[in-house]
Design a binder for this molecule. Structure first.
Ligand code: FES
Length: 129
């Protein structure tokens, strides 16, 4: 590899590094959602019992026994997708933690996870907000 090729390769690698760096430092933007879940579908069978949940469109939807709740799974810090631990939500990007209702517990997230309205009509759940 001559000097010219070395410089060209180094610049290309720097560009990739800069692109990856920008991707990991994204600004959080709350998402508006409006979608339905079919309770008669086998894909949503978990919603048929208390404590069962599905994740769709980066939204966590759970049967609470008294109805349904829907919580955004986009961390309010920089928008990473959080994971459900069984007792709350954890963000693997910078250690943010939220309770099972989306309330911020610790870490850099500035606010709670947004929640959405869930309405049921027959076997159709509409998640909106
Ligand atoms: S994106 Fe930083 S804690 Fe979740």
């Amino acid at each position: 590899m001559n000097r010219k090729e070395f410089v060209a390769t180094a610049c290309a690698l720097c560009g990739i590094g800069a692109a990856l760096s920008l991707q990991s430092c994204q600004k959080y933007t709350p998402q508006a959602v409006d979608f339905t879940l079919d309770l008669s579908s086998s894909a949503n069978a978990a919603l048929g019992h208390t404590g069962g949940y599905v994740i769709s469109n980066n939204v966590f939807v759970m049967n609470t026994g008294a109805g349904y709740k829907a919580i955004s799974m986009l961390c309010t810090h920089e928008g990473c997708v959080v994971s459900y631990s069984g007792t709350g939500f954890d963000c693997g990007c910078h250690g943010g933690r939220f309770s099972s209702d989306g309330t911020r517990i610790s870490g850099p997230p500035p606010s709670n996870l947004p929640t959405y309205t869930v309405t049921q009509s027959g076997t159709t759940l509409t998640i909106k907000g």
